[in-house]
Design a protein around this ligand. Sequence first.
Ligand code: ARG
Ligand code: ZN
Length: 489
Amino acid sequence: MHRSRLIAPGALAASLLLAIPATAADFTPGAPGVGDSYYPDHGNGGYDVSHYDLRLKYQPTTDLLEGTATITATTTQDLSRFNLDFGLKVSEVRVNGKKAAFARSGEQELEITPKSGLPKGSSVTIVVRYAGKPSEVKIHGFTAWQRTPDGGVAAQEPESAAWWFPANDHPRDKATFDVSVAVPDGSQAISNGVLQRQTSRLGWTRFDWRSNKPQAPYLATLAVGKFDITTDKTENGLPVLNAYSKDLGDNAGAARASIERTTEVAEWLEEVFGPYPFNALGGYVPNVPASYALETQTRPFYGPRAFANGSNVSIVVHEIAHQWYGDSVSVENWKDIWINEGFARYSQWLWSEKEGEGTAQELADYAYASRPATDPFWQVKPGDPGPDNQFHAAVYDRGALALQALRNKVGDKTFFKILKGWPTERAHGNASVRDFVSYAEEVSGKPLSGLFDTWLYKAGKPGAPAARGAGVARAAGEKAPAKPKSWKK
Ligand code: ARG
Ligand code: ZN
């Protein structure tokens, strides 16, 4: 491309004065993906977002979402153009105040070409005006926006941003969020963090939410509907806000009986994992026909069917555990999903142990014994499950077995030191499975690659000798070890 199309005359003069050899070739497009091996088009290259400011309006009767996203970022290369992941219809883009050209490329790429090239290391403000019906946006044949009788909700993994705001949608690029959403009076808009303000005028009520710690875009959530809201404060002053759709039918009681225990669960998890990493606590249950849950930051999403058989505090333990393992310490690549799910599942086993409903060892033995070697379950490698098996039961259960094996190998004292040390040292960052293995080796002073190869990286059920060596399963007739010491020490 000719230089004059990339650099405004002023910028050209400045660069000549400084004798910087800024040729057109130095300014190149940012990559359309961040380089994740499972999801080549997730995220983008060339910049790093520091903050998302979303000012939106949503009309439940028509599913129309409209508004403006203001994104502040820093360039990481000399950029001629860059992408955002986004599926809704865009009417205007401005970069540093000036109108920028934009085009759609594929289903979820918005290509933005600023008037002049953006030098590496400069701060950039991107304003995107948009409107559309999120439920009609299909990316890879899928819509992450679930419409409900009285609203809608965005809560999906590994991506959900592109259906409601333009983003660099990969956990490697975390940012702080201000989400302001106007909905018709009588409805509520639920999002992450602290509700800063709620104002009503001209028939619309606006909810201003702030999540002030780094947050991966897929962990940003929005739910619109009619909710019953409970609020509280923890003993150290953290605001707690839970929201329950008024339309939960028979599941309403059990949902409340579970999620209202979030503070108790978080307090217990602080003993295991160290200080809670965020500025708010809570959970919400929209009226969607779902049984899964998602660790949306500070305020997990719970599908009502998770409470179909009664209370389910275990799922609350799982999602709150993710606040440390998954949200504060996030995957470097999606193949590292075990550093989220293995630990969230193991936390459920620890809760069971505390509640006297079976020790982690007993649950590990059960998980090991209940699946024969012929079960395809054992073919999935939790350390690199592949995109189709990212949320396979093996990532969770075999993943937690790996942690029981670690516990038995290094002993309770070291094991719980690792469980607390990792999220403390890595808070608000990214990490890989390999990073965790190195960390556990460093803290324990033991070589552990054999143990983790067995439990995370080899297809097939670990055989009895290997399993015994790793310390999970015991041979028939062998005495069970004494009840493990409390993790509170
Ligand atoms: N990380 C979520 C959990 O807490 C998994 C969500 C999977 N997504 C889904 N639509 N089932 O386990
Ligand atoms: Zn999980």
